[in-house]
Unconditional design. Structure first.
Length: 277
């Protein structure tokens, strides 16, 4: 059985990070270990007054115990990290748990719609880009890509622009950057990948639903991680991740008013299992 470990926060209410990654990667038939980087009462996207317990000091202790147990993972996948120090520790974790065969996937969670998430800024983006240099795959949206490349964010762009961004992201040192939330018009939305080893681009698009649903980046990243862990190729992994994310957005629409903080991804888990077969 394949084994993945995901390193990100647990937002107790709000459907993102670990409460999305754990059910999704598990549903894909992969044993999913977790390292929670922080415990928040809710995520930071629209809630106020949330609690934040930092678990930075626990991460090296968990890693040491796992080293003693000689644990190995087919995939190491990181999401939201709460501080620059945490990035240093996760970077060491990559060194300790990198094997000849496994994949390292970094979702450089920094922001969306041209803005940083609460508590993040330019220094943190620079630190995150250094973590990306150690990854096989990175999964930024256009906002995160722009922050890491230190270029202005643009809402509208053409295919050439996205390809150029992908080449520059590969220049950070990762093998296969994947740009998420890509759209050239308002009919379709999807993701593009650049395999810098073979100099090849890949893309996958689905129906664009013009509503912003919180946590879809984490859904995409979790499914993509699951697909790659199962050994699916780049194209297939993009297709499953895009299709499932679109399904989740569609399923959320009837509940949109009450679901401003997250998606109804649970309603589509059955479809995900079908897509994974
Ligand atoms: O969905 C990314 C994410 C993860 N974790 C926390 C967040 C967010 C986005 O807002 O606030 C705590």
């Amino acid at each position: 059985m394949k084994k993945a470990v995901t390193i990100q926060d647990i937002s107790c209410f709000g459907k993102c990070s670990l409460t999305v990654a754990l059910p999704i990667i598990s549903a894909m038939g992969i044993e999913t270990a977790v390292i929670p980087t922080a415990v928040l009462s809710t995520h930071t996207g629209g809630f106020t007054g949330y609690t934040f317990r930092d678990l930075t000091d626990d991460i090296p202790e968990i890693a040491n115990h796992w080293k003693n147990l000689n644990l190995k993972f087919n995939a190491v996948y990181t999401g939201y990290l709460g501080s620059a120090e945490q990035i240093n520790i996760v970077s060491e974790f990559f060194d300790d748990f990198r094997t000849e065969e496994n994949v390292i996937i970094v979702d450089p969670v920094l922001g969306d719609n041209g803005k940083f998430y609460a508590g993040f800024g330019e220094d943190f983006a620079e630190k995150m880009s250094s973590l990306c240099s150690k990854a096989d795959y990175i999964l930024p949206n256009m906002t995160e890509a722009s922050f890491m490349l230190k270029i202005p964010y643009t809402e509208t762009y053409e295919r050439n622009y996205a390809e150029n961004i992908l080449r520059r992201l590969a220049g950070l040192g990762c093998k296969i950057p994947v740009l998420t939330g890509v759209h050239f018009d308002n009919r379709e939305q999807g993701a593009m990948a650049y395999d810098s080893v073979n100099d090849r681009f890949y893309c996958s698009f689905g129906e664009n639903i013009e509503r912003s649903v919180h946590g879809t980046g984490d859904i995409f990243a979790s499914v993509f991680t699951g697909a790659v862990t199962l050994g699916k190729d780049i194209q297939k992994s993009l297709d499953i991740a895009v299709n499932y994310t679109v399904e989740c957005i569609k399923a959320t629409m009837p509940y949109f008013e009450e679901m401003w903080y997250g998606s109804c991804f649970e309603l589509c888990i059955g479809k995900l299992i079908e897509m994974t077969k």
